[in-house]
Design a protein around this ligand. Structure first.
Ligand SMILES: C[S@@+](CC[C@H](N)C(=O)[O-])C[C@H]1O[C@@H](n2cnc3c(N)ncnc32)[C@H](O)[C@@H]1O
Length: 245
C-alpha cells in the first residue's frame, strides 16, 4: 500500500489513522506472529526468507539494517560472525518477541519507522525489508530514507507479497479469503488483523510498479524475481556508487 491507497480493512482511512491502526494490528498479533506465518504460508515463508538471506550474503555486508524487522526472523539469520545487524521497527511488542529468540548482544533493536529512520547517513552496506514495505504509510519517503542510510554502492533487498501468475490468482484469492481469516480467528484470535493482511496485499503495487518506485527513489540496477509464481517477489536496487548526497 502507498500514498495512493490509504485503505484499511474494508474502508478508507487517512494516513495518520492508518499508521495507528497498523501499529495496533502488530501489537495484537505479536505473540502468535511467527506461528501464524508458518500456518498461513504452510512454512513457505521460510524458503522465501532463505532466498533473501542467500542474496544478502552475496553482498558480504558488514553493517546491515533489517527494516520492519518485527520479531527478527530475517535478522537472526543474518547475524553471523562480526557482522553488525540492527532491526528497526515501530512495534515494540514485535521486537520484544524477537529479542527472546537469541543472545541479547547479537542484534541491535531500534524503535523507529521507515519514513524517518533513526540512523545517520550512509550507515549501512545493506538494508533488508521483508514483508514490511507494504505496511509503511509513505512508500516513496521510506525508499528515500533507505537510500539515505545506505552507503553509495550499498544494496536494498526487499521481499514482499506481490501479484501471482494469472492461472494461480483465483486459487490464491480463494485461499486468502476463506482460510487466512479463519486461521487468524482460531490461532491468533484476531480475524480483523488478518483481513488487513489480505487487503493490504491486494492494494499493494505489482512487481513492475514497485520497481518503478525504486527507480524514482534513485536506486540503480533495479531488478526483481518472483518466488512461488509471484505470490512473493524479491526486488533489489543499489544506491548509485557516485551518489553521496
Ligand atoms: C509482516 S511484519 C514483517 C516482520 C518481519 N520482517 C518478517 O518478515 O517476519 C511487518 C512489520 O512492519 C512493521 N511496520 C509497520 N509500519 C511500519 C513503518 N512505517 N516502518 C517500518 N516498519 C513498519 C510492523 O511493526 C511489523 O513488525
Amino acid at each position: 500500500m502507498n500514498d495512493l491507497a490509504h485503505r484499511f480493512g474494508r474502508r478508507r482511512v487517512d494516513p495518520e489513522e492508518r499508521t495507528r491502526l497498523i501499529r495496533d494490528v502488530f501489537r495484537r498479533v505479536a505473540p502468535r506472529y511467527d506461528l501464524m506465518n508458518d500456518l498461513m504460508s504452510l512454512g513457505i515463508h521460510r524458503y522465501w526468507k532463505r532466498v533473501l538471506v542467500h542474496e544478502a550474503e552475496h553482498a558480504a555486508p558488514r553493517r546491515v539494517l533489517d527494516l520492519a524487522g518485527g520479531t527478527g526472523d530475517v535478522a537472526w539469520k543474518l547475524a553471523r560472525g562480526d557482522r553488525a545487524v540492527d532491526v528497526c521497527d515501530p512495534s515494540l511488542p514485535m521486537m520484544q518477541v524477537g529479542r527472546r529468540r537469541g543472545p541479547a548482544n547479537r542484534i541491535g533493536w531500534v524503535g523507529g519507522c521507515g519514513e524517518r529512520l533513526p540512523f545517520r547517513d550512509q550507515a549501512f552496506d545493506l538494508v533488508t525489508i521483508a514483508f514490511g514495505i507494504r505496511n509503511v504509510t509513505h512508500l516513496d519517503v521510506t525508499l528515500q530514507e533507505i537510500r539515505r542510510v545506505l552507503r553509495p554502492g550499498g544494496r536494498l533487498l526487499c521481499l514482499e507479497f506481490s501479484r501471482p501468475a494469472p492461472w494461480l490468482a483465483p486459487f490464491y484469492d480463494l485461499y486468502s479469503r476463506l482460510v487466512i481469516p479463519r486461521l487468524g480467528a482460531w490461532v491468533s484470535r484476531n480475524p480483523d488483523a488478518y483481513l488487513y493482511l489480505i487487503d493490504s496485499i491486494r492494494a499493494f503495487p505489482d512487481q513492475e510498479t514497485l520497481a518503478e518506485h525504486f527507480r524514482a527513489a534513485g536506486f540503480t540496477g533495479v531488478r526483481y524475481h518472483n518466488l512461488s509464481f509471484g505470490i512473493a517477489c524479491i526486488h533489489q536496487g543499489v544506491r548509485p556508487p557516485g551518489d553521496a548526497s
